[in-house]
Design a protein around this ligand. Structure first.
Ligand code: AOF
Ligand code: ZN
Length: 321
């Protein structure tokens, strides 16, 4: 169905405008096509808490009547729940849109199929799975989080050429890239050992982006209120009472965190890897040998390299699980 893909591609392009502000909501785009095949409305989800893509697309249509013989293309299943905004499926039914083409189902438990079912029950012709792979890939973290009921987990460390993580590895430019990476996650996580040893602020001061929530694994309650992570007004979650790492991750998910960047130290990173509790690993390798004391986790058995770049002579490699 060439024609469906053409309009879905446009909806995907629109969805990407949500890149900076949609999270933790997904990026979603919607296109409304009139009976002569021309686009009569477009919209996307701009920011978490604001109007959904479908609502913005409908609001952009000049002639309400034209909706009665139109097709809506939307990258994600229209929602069926009252969240921060009312259900899009109901709005589509009320406006009398007779055909809806959906990219992929919404894995969010409060929706997951109910939006599609509700529209079908109201007599709307619904086509699903158009450019499904692209629509899923667009919101990989959102999809992973809701399907696995835990945040998307990125492990990150910087090591010397000879595999040590102690010592100064990063350059000003690679440090800025770390802050950029932080800004794309809902939370940053470290172990209490890292807080005590390095007293990091875990901020995004080197990059103009969002500041994620800070999470510290601190079973022994060793971190005091004087720690640098408490400076500023970014919330800090101290986790002491959890059984397994997986339980800690489920708890973060229940708090609404859909992605977490795990920054160390070595023991914490190793534990996530041992439990196969990760989705992406991002490693920076400096060109120097430092013959340090703390070994970086072993890279040998990591499966898929999805990206490799060189910045200031440092290699930055990204693996996907
Ligand atoms: C849609 N269209 O553009 C988006 C959807 O709190 P709310 O009301 O913003 O609802 C957030 C949930 O709605 C989110 O977890 C996801 O399941 C869905 N997002 N749905 O129909 C959209 N952004
Ligand atoms: Zn919605």
């Amino acid at each position: 169905m060439e024609i469906n893909e053409k309009y879905m591609r446009r909806a995907l392009d629109l969805a990407r405008h949500g890149l900076l502000d949609a999270s933790p909501n997904p990026m979603v785009g919607a296109v409304i096509v009139g009976n002569d095949g021309r686009i009569i409305g477009e919209g996307w989800h701009r920011r978490c808490g604001e109007g959904h893509a479908e609502v913005n697309a409908v609001a952009s249509v000049r002639d309400r009547e034209s909706l009665l013989d139109s097709t809506m293309y939307v990258t994600l299943e229209p929602c069926s729940h009252y969240g921060k905004t009312p259900p899009c499926a109901d709005m589509i039914i009320e406006r009398g849109i007779p055909r809806v083409v959906v990219g992929t189902a919404d894995p969010f438990a409060k929706v997951s199929g109910r939006g599609i079912a509700r529209m079908k029950a109201a007599g709307i012709e619904v086509v699903t799975g158009v450019l499904e792979d692209e629509c899923r890939a667009l919101n990989l973290r959102f999809m992973t989080a809701h399907e696995k009921q835990r945040p998307f987990i990125t492990l990150k460390w910087a090591q010397s050429r000879d595999g040590f993580i102690d010592g100064k590895i990063s350059t000003p430019l690679t440090s800025m890239l770390v802050h950029k990476l932080r800004a794309t996650h809902d939370a940053i996580l470290v172990g209490s050992g890292t807080v005590l040893a390095d007293n990091p602020s875990l901020s995004t001061r080197l990059y103009a982006g969002k500041s994620p929530v800070k999470v510290v694994l601190d079973r022994r309650r060793r971190v005091g209120p004087e720690a640098g992570i408490f400076k500023g007004d970014i919330p800090v979650i101290m986790m002491s009472d959890y059984g397994l790492l997986g339980d800690a991750m489920s708890e973060l998910y229940r708090k609404g965190i859909t992605s977490v960047l795990v920054e160390g130290g070595a023991q914490v990173l190793e534990s996530f890897m041992k439990e196969d509790l990760w989705d992406e690993i991002r490693v920076e390798i400096s060109p120097e040998c430092i013959n340090g004391r703390v070994k970086a986790p072993d890279l040998i058995r990591l499966p898929f390299v999805i990206d490799s770049e060189t910045v200031d002579g440092h290699r930055i490699i990204t693996y996907r699980n």
